[in-house]
Design a binder for this molecule. Sequence first.
Ligand code: SF4
Length: 265
Amino acid sequence: MTNKTPITPNARLIEVFSAIQGEGLNVGTRQIFIRFALCDLRCHFCDSAHTWDAPANCRREQSPGLRDFEIYSNPVPLATLVEWVERQNQPGLHDSISLTGGEPLLHAQFLMQFLPKVRSITGLPIYLETGGHRPEQLAMILPYLDSVGMDLKLPSTSGESHWQEHAKFLQLCYDAQLEVFVKIVISGNTYASELEQSALLVASVSPEIPVFLQPVTPLEAPVGFTQIPVLAPSPHQVLNWQALMKRFVKRVRVVPQTHKMLNQL
Ligand code: SF4
């Protein structure tokens, strides 16, 4: 017999709320967002730098879409998070649950236990938004996912370089027959050669995988960080880059962040 106390799974969160998805294949759909704390990347264009470290507190929207947040301390126990999601899940309102961040895959151990529960209770599909650079952690939760939006980080634009990890990651999603798309943030600093490399990477898995080119939303540098200019691409660049990628992959769409236009979170 052992007298070890079982460890209660918990997660460090930023917020839980209901909103309209503003990026990629699910744009315009209504989702319950679970935004996890922590990220191991430092993209130049990051609009979520507040997620990089785990704060002492997180916030939970009480009524879907009303932004009537209540503050709770981190970490949040698994049963509590299930309860928060259940409360958001009004009949017919949401299309899916979005795991976002930060990098949700830094919480893979927690997600392995949380996802089967929340999926069986809500019946909602699970959508993962990720930097696409942690295939080992993806493999741990693959059976509980329905859809994945994988970022492909261009070194010129993001300051990050993860080509091999991206290739493995995309292959895992494809082999598991998940709905998967690739999102690439582009700016005035983007090189055409990187977009060609990206298109070849996607095509090597399947030319049918949808690619979303997302012109960067210009933003100010996070407090304490040196400003690296993040300039929007010109219309001419965007037209050329879409044409370039369509030589290798079938579906290349250009979609800016629509939630910013709606003034949403
Ligand atoms: S992966 Fe996402 S959260 Fe992390 S630094 Fe890049 S843009 Fe920001």
